[in-house]
Structures are given as structure tokens and as C-alpha cells.
Ligand binder design. Structure first.
Ligand code: COA
Length: 156
């Protein structure tokens, strides 16, 4: 489905939708590859007010909003690192991820940064490779004793 989308900054009223979208995107992306316990560990402790705390720590968010349907995706960055990128599963493959990365790149550039680093869900590696990132290493992070695979990527 094609609907008008605009990219804008985060507003306080976005966070509940962002949390639901994050849960749906992680569950869809990792469900086939990770155990249910690992996905649950990943998602545990998340609250929608957590996004506001991240903003206070200097993380900058871009929101993709669809006309009449609210938040369809979001991305964030700080310094030279892209920190998050999640598109609602029903809206993936429509160019929203690419547009959100471009929006973060634009903000970063205006602040004198180039986004050179990302730590990604392994299934997103090819998406980031198309944007010029290359794999530095596979690694694991641990949450609640569960190992969560990730891929650390960089670009020049
Ligand atoms: C990975 C993700 C962010 C991509 O966003 P998206 O809106 O679906 O991607 P886009 O439609 O902007 O795709 C841009 C290009 O990448 C390609 N692409 C998208 N997802 C891809 C993937 N997983 N692997 C390879 N290529 C991919 C598209 O075909 C498109 O190619 P084109 O420029 O030649 O047309 C999104 O699918 C998502 O939220 N996944 C779950 C969470 C996640 O993995 N987040 C990123 C890691 S933290």
C-alpha cells in the first residue's frame, strides 16, 4: 500500500506506538532465528518512557509517520553511530527504512558527523551493506543470560 509519509522529529505522544512497533519488528525479524526466551529477554524492561530517557542522553530520533495511520517506523543516532532502525512489519520493503537512514544522515551531517557505525540484527546485514556498511565482526550480547547475536558494521 502506498500512502503519503513524512519524516519528522519525535514527539512525546509517539512513544507508545514506537514501543509496540519495536516489539512487532523484533519479534518478526528474530522469531525464526532466536528462541522465544531470547526474544523475550531482548524485549524485557522496555517502556515507552525509555525513549524519552534516550533523548535526554543525546540520542536523536527520526519518525516516519503515515498519513492517518501514525508511526510506521523510527530510527535514531548519536555521534557517528546509527543506534536503531525499526519499521513496522506491515510497512517493510516500501523504502521507509532507506528514507529514515537518509534523514538521520542529514541531521548528523548538519551537526558535523558522518554515521559510520551500526550494530545490527543479522537479518538486516544485507540492508546495511547496500548503504555502504561492511561487516566488522559477528558478536553476541547478553541480556538476562540469553545470548543475542548481532553484527557490528562500519563504513568509511
Ligand atoms: C531492515 C529494515 C530496517 C529495512 O527497512 P525497510 O523499510 O523494510 O527497507 P527499504 O524498503 O527502505 O529497503 C531499502 C533497500 O534495501 C533492500 N532491503 C530491505 N530489507 C532488506 C534485507 N533485510 N536484506 C536485504 N535487502 C533489504 C530493499 O530491497 C531496498 O532495495 P532497493 O534500494 O534496491 O530498492 C526493516 O525491514 C526492519 O525494521 N526490520 C526489522 C528490524 C531490523 O532488522 N532493524 C535493523 C537492525 S537494528
Amino acid at each position: 500500500m502506498q500512502i503519503p509519509i513524512r519524516i519528522r522529529r519525535l514527539r512525546g505522544g509517539d512513544t507508545a506506538q514506537m514501543l509496540a512497533l519495536h516489539t512487532a519488528a523484533v519479534t518478526r525479524a528474530c522469531g525464526p532465528a532466536l528462541s522465544r526466551q531470547a526474544v523475550a529477554a531482548w524485549l524485557s524492561g522496555r517502556t515507552h518512557s525509555g525513549f524519552i530517557k534516550l533523548v535526554h542522553k543525546g540520542e536523536r530520533f527520526c519518525i516516519a509517520e503515515g498519513s492517518g495511520v501514525g508511526v510506521l517506523g523510527f530510527a535514531s543516532w548519536r555521534g557517528d553511530e546509527l543506534l536503531s532502525l525499526y519499521i513496522h512489519p506491515d510497512w517493510q520493503g516500501l523504502g521507509i527504512g532507506k528514507r529514515l537512514v537518509a534523514a538521520c544522515e542529514g541531521q548528523a551531517r548538519a551537526d558535523g558527523w558522518r554515521l559510520r557505525r551500526v550494530t545490527a540484527i543479522p537479518t538486516a546485514e544485507s540492508f546495511y551493506a547496500r548503504l555502504g556498511f561492511r561487516r566488522l565482526r559477528h558478536s553476541l550480547r547478553y541480556k538476562q543470560g540469553q545470548a543475542i547475536p548481532q553484527v557490528e558494521m562500519v563504513r568509511d
